[in-house]
Design a binder for this molecule. Structure first.
Ligand SMILES: NC(=O)c1ccc[n+]([C@@H]2O[C@H](COP(=O)([O-])OP(=O)(O)OC[C@H]3O[C@@H](n4cnc5c(N)ncnc54)[C@H](OP(=O)(O)O)[C@@H]3O)[C@@H](O)[C@H]2O)c1
Length: 280
């Protein structure tokens, strides 16, 4: 169990990935973004999750450089993720998209590159490109996002390298039991997006009760639940007090009963698109 903000888990290829990171979905280019990323790094965050489609890789890169300087950490201390967007899924186009992301971020490698969505008929060619980048040593780990079990089974049937990560929507209303078991059985690390259900669960009475017992916020309880379930988590905030609050989850532990109670809140409710029925 992770004991501090910088604890890492070993992916099946041995690469160490932080259990906890900062998400930057819907944060536009500009000072708010740069400050959020640099503040997080100064505060001890080591993992940042962006994507080509967020259209903010330049500011994320600026925030990384600012944060590294102010925190006195080096590039190797950080873990940076980006994702190839659906319109770039293809062998050559994915290779080109990777170079574009690197350029925008101002980096010479990524720690993790993901296929953002499982677009039918396209993700296998894109995966060949990710395998190529990985074998060339251009990226330290490769993975997928929003893959259901059948997508994973289909992908690995033809793959040389299986994904190291599957990043999916995961929170107490969507506990993803099938995907989670499949990933656990196959050595694929699960990572939670929208862990806070984009803010929709923070007033929940059951979570509030558990939070009060520990003197914590409902957000902290949810994020702690992620980690105790063995799921990497990347909550988004641009507010310094919340960036701090979200990471302050290493000084308490949820009991077995509390974990079970939160697990049982599942209603298979999504805030994001359904990977089996999306049209973008
Ligand atoms: N792979 C994918 O398809 C995919 C899809 C969606 C997201 N993601 C990744 O996952 C990350 C997290 O998901 P998300 O951004 O959708 O949602 P989230 O992290 O579940 O929730 C973010 C929202 O909660 C608020 N918030 C954060 N901490 C809070 C706290 N302690 N108390 C009260 N409110 C709080 C934030 O507002 P403020 O900023 O105002 O604090 C923001 O409105 C994204 O940023 C992105 O990197 C990936």
């Amino acid at each position: 169990m992770s004991k501090n903000l910088q604890d890492r888990t070993a992916l099946y290829n041995g690469v160490q990935m932080p259990w906890f990171g900062l998400g930057v979905f819907k944060v536009e280019e500009g000072p708010e973004l740069v400050n959020a990323v640099s503040f997080a790094i100064k505060h001890g965050y080591r993992s940042i999750d962006t994507a080509a489609i967020y259209a903010n890789e330049e500011g994320v890169g600026e925030g990384i450089r600012k944060g590294m300087k102010e925190a006195g950490v080096s590039r190797e201390d950080l873990f940076i993720t980006s994702k190839v967007w659906n319109s770039d899924l293809g062998y050559e186009s994915t290779l080109a998209a990777y170079e574009t992301s690197l350029k925008k971020l101002g980096l010479d490698y990524l720690d993790l590159y993901l296929i953002h969505w499982p677009v039918e008929g396209k993700y296998k060619e894109a995966w060949r490109a990710l395998e190529h980048l990985y074998k060339q040593g251009k990226v330290r780990a490769i993975g997928v996002s929003n893959f259901q079990v059948h997508h994973l089974e289909d992908l690995v049937r033809n793959a040389e390298i299986k994904p190291m990560i599957n990043q999916v929507e995961y929170h107490p209303r969507l506990t993803q039991s099938k995907v989670k078991s499949y990933c656990e059985e196959n050595g694929i690390q699960l990572e939670a997006w929208s862990p806070l259900m984009q803010g929709q669960l923070l007033e929940n009475a059951d979570l509030r009760e558990i939070a009060d017992k520990h003197g914590k916020s409902t957000a902290q309880v949810i994020l702690r639940w992620d980690l105790q379930n063995g799921v990497i988590t990347i909550p988004k905030s641009t507010k310094e007090h919340r960036i701090t609050e979200n990471a302050d989850i290493f000084d308490f532990e949820l009991s077995k009963e509390e974990m079970e109670k939160i697990n049982s809140m599942n209603q298979n409710i999504r805030v994001g698109p359904d990977p089996d029925n999306f049209d973008f």
